[in-house]
Design a protein around this ligand. Structure first.
Ligand code: NOJ
Length: 559
């Protein structure tokens, strides 16, 4: 398999709304990204993945698209977008955008026509979405067609009086699902995708890719996820896009799909596949839930980090794709808590050490890495005190659910501070000024109070900072072509250590890390032939196989 440019790239994910506000309206924007190109390049980021930049009522911060052909005025204009492409390309950087194909906003003209029987285009667009008449309950009342649960909590069905039907939305009720069985809808979306390709985007991150097909028999069930997740036919749609658009245009494509078997992973991202180049799956993202928690259940229940589960997942995905497809490595994105608060320790004592440990553990692995904005300075979960400090649509449905389950306000608030998606959406902490250097006015979402000390400016000139650790690791990836390393994990079942060997161009590497607050040990014989290369501690006994809390080291030997 010949090497592709995207195998050696470093992707940096920018949540546009929260990255940098250039025009003083409290919202991040495209010119804000342009202002930070030097910063991004000096970090070692080569590919920028922008969260949705399209016109949107922002029910889900842009994943609810109102106009596919227009840049959201919150973020700028099409000229700003072209300028970003142009400036990035001149630096040899790539820009990939989010492609949201599963749903639109309910304010999209297609849905406006679909829901209104008197609209002149009703007939054409009604079938672009998914409708159901509903059921009659034992009291003779109209009720939802099935008890399927949306990903944001609550029913997937909302009643539309003018047509006397329910429409399906697996996310918020302002995000009606598109009907991928409608070929006219497919053609419209393809024309839109081609338009952005012609404009010069280098690729896409394909949102919610495994949800495009639904079970059209609509059997009842709760939560019923199997009726709208990973149904075989969605591959047909993705393959069509791949064959007609992605592959012929040499685009970089990363599909989002929660979970996949080996066969399916290869279907998505095998070298012979036309669907994607790479796959984002979430297997390692929530391996710290407390299943006994009934007040804030599911992902909202914070428990002990299951370190073996992380290792097994990384090792498994490496094996699944080894030689047959390409892997993505990442800690988290805009849908999970901040990694240092999640799998590290954001207390004053261990914040810096554990953030570096997490970086050592991830960024020596083979595959294409995705760094999430702010991760490179160890940004932490939010410290919000009030419910209305939170902005995510999901928070409000889930808060109601917690209350119904009997949780107290404080228990619910703690679950939100631990787990909500807003943790990863607070403004980028550029400096210690009132609004963290993100904006000159109060931002759309509160800055974290710790920005006074935890910020880019403070870390820039400190050689040992988390930021400089990221720079060093990303530069090392390039120099040693670590994306192509041959990986072996050790001690997969050990509760605290994280130990692996990988091969680089000039050296072989041994990475040893401790994910816990207590001591960890590892097999001493692994050290044979290796010398210490990097460590997240000031003083280290290189020959010791005992690791202090959150300690991490990189050893190497010349080939
Ligand atoms: C996955 C995205 O990452 C998430 O932020 C969004 O809410 C859903 N897809 C719906 O588009």
């Amino acid at each position: 398999m010949e090497r592709k440019y995207w195998q050696d790239t470093v992707i940096y994910q920018i949540y546009l709304r929260s990255f940098n506000d250039s025009n003083g309206d409290g919202i991040g924007d495209l010119q804000g990204v342009i202002e930070k190109l030097d910063y991004l390049q000096s970090l070692g980021a080569e590919t920028l993945w922008l969260s949705p930049h399209y016109d949107s009522p922002m029910d889900d911060n842009g994943y609810d698209i109102r106009n596919h052909w227009k840049v959201s005025p919150d973020y700028g204009t099409i000229d700003d977008f072209k300028e970003l492409l142009d400036k990035a390309h001149k630096r040899g950087m790539y820009v990939i955008t989010d492609l949201v194909l599963n749903h639109t906003s309910d304010e999209h003209p297609w849905f406006e026509a679909a829901k209104d029987p008197n609209h002149p285009d009703h007939e054409k667009y009604h079938d672009y979405y998914i409708w159901h008449k509903g059921k009659i309950d034992e009291h003779g009342n109209k009720t939802i067609p099935t008890r399927w649960r949306s990903w944001f909590g609550g029913s997937v069905w909302t009643y539309n009086e003018p047509t006397d039907e329910y429409y399906l939305h697996i996310f918020s009720k302002k995000m009606p699902d598109l009907n991928w069985r409608n070929t006219s809808m497919q053609e419209d979306l393809k024309a839109m995708i081609k338009w952005w390709v012609d404009l010069g985007v280098d690729g896409f991150r394909i949102d919610a890719a495994n949800h495009l097909e639904k079970n059209w028999d609509f059997p009842d069930g709760h939560p019923g996820y199997e009726n709208f997740s990973s149904l075989p036919k969605h591959h047909e749609y993705l393959e069509m896009l791949g064959k007609e658009i992605f592959t012929p245009n040499n685009l970089m494509t990363i599909g989002e799909s929660g979970g996949a078997s080996k066969e399916e992973a290869l279907q998505y991202a095998g070298f012979d596949s036309n669907e994607f180049d790479m796959l984002i799956q979430f297997e390692h993202c929530w391996v710290d839930t407390d299943d006994s928690n009934e007040l804030t259940p599911g992902k909202w229940a914070k428990g002990e980090v299951d370190v073996p589960a992380i290792k097994h997942s990384f090792s498994k995905w490496n094996e699944i794709l080894r030689g047959e497809g390409w892997n993505v490595i990442y800690w988290h994105n805009h849908d999970q808590p901040r990694i240092v608060s999640h799998y590290g320790d954001d207390s004053l004592q261990y914040w810096e050490r554990s953030a570096k440990m997490l970086a050592y553990a991830l960024y020596m692995l083979p595959g294409t890495p995705i760094v999430y904005y702010g991760e490179e300075i160890g940004m932490t979960n939010v410290d919000y005190e009030n419910l209305d400090d939170f902005k995510d649509v999901e928070v409000f449905t889930e808060y109601r659910n917690f209350m119904e389950l009997g949780a107290s306000h404080e228990t619910a608030m703690q679950a939100l501070r631990d787990r909500s998606r807003d943790n990863a959406r607070s403004p980028m902490q550029w400096d210690g000024s009132s609004y963290a250097g993100f904006s000159t006015v109060e931002p759309w979402i509160k800055v974290n109070k710790n920005h006074e000390t935890l910020n880019v400016k403070n870390q820039m000139n400190d050689e040992t900072s988390i930021l400089n650790t990221y720079k060093t690791l990303l530069a090392l990836r390039e120099k040693e072509a670590l994306a192509h390393g041959d990986l072996t994990f050790h001690d997969l079942d050990d509760d605290s250590n994280f130990v692996y060997e990988t091969t680089g161009k000039h050296h072989d590497f041994l990475i040893v890390a401790n994910f816990k607050k207590g001591e960890a040990t590892f097999d001493k014989t692994l050290l044979e032939g290796y010398t210490l290369f990097m460590s997240n501690q000031d003083s280290v006994e290189a020959s010791s196989n005992t690791l202090e809390a959150y300690e991490a080291r990189i050893y190497r030997k010349t080939k």
